[in-house]
Design a protein around this ligand. Sequence first.
Ligand code: PBG
Length: 328
Amino acid sequence: MAFPIHRPRRLRRGETLRAMVRETRLAPADFIYPLFVCEGRGVRREIPSMPGCHHLSIDTLVEEVKAARDDGVTGVILFGIPGSKDALGSGAYAEDGIVQRALAELKEKVSGVILAADVCLCEYTDHGHCGVVEDGDVANDRTLPLLARASVSLAKAGADLIAPSDMMDGRIGAIRKALDEAGFQETAIMSYAAKFASAFYGPFRDAAGSAPRFGDRRSYQMDPANAREAMREIALDVEEGADIIMVKPALAYLDLVREARSRFDLPIAAYNVSGEYSMLVAAAERGWIDRERAILESLTSIKRAGADLILTYFAREASRLLARSPRS
Ligand code: PBG
């Protein structure tokens, strides 16, 4: 006998009332903006598979981060496009590596933005895998010291958040220990804890030139079918000392964002990855969906699922959209 007593439409009468009863609100402070930094000066080269995203040299990166801050974005995460690659990914832990130099410059020139650094070898190895390759396999334990070394060099350069995305076992513990021993007890770790072997990373690998030369990442990234295992991965990273845990990708894995939210008390991040970005951009370019509405709707759904932080290439645009409609 709910109807006619109950009429949910009563609370949908006009935008002011809808805004009053809205359950989930996005804010620019929710967003972490991924950026790609490359060698050179004055470089701002659009990434073909990610229209609207660019390879930026350090000087243009500084301008982009300032502009993002002015749009209200509070965090950025840096990915490096090194000048050269080798078998051990030495560019990832070089004291004068591209991201290390970028961090130092940002630290000096931009305030009020949290600087996160992605930690992985795949952008720096000539074979494109996320770890050291031995006998055709990615060797877990040999990779850990390199990730630890990369993390310390990034913390030293000025990273506020170290974000390992490699999916080696035991890396959070190894990185925590190395950071502490080097005096970086206060540097936090945002772990890509449940990261899946996903087709939605396609445009990023193009952007970072990090596609594996042989095989794929399924021996270290997770099987998209596994939810219980994702919770186990997260629990292990929490035990090893992660400060923020991440589910990646976001949109095809919202059930896991929700499940992680109900099981863990740490802040949860979700990565709205390159494929999710580029699909939306491409459909909007064809006039098949409304770009602005689709952006806000997908980001809202990620937050509604339980994410505190959203890594998204839409960070600046969404922040500007929110400023235009403060009631959203
Ligand atoms: C590095 C890394 C990847 C992404 C973030 N860090 C690529 C991968 O694992 O192949 C993907 C980001 C995106 O698709 O937006 N390991």
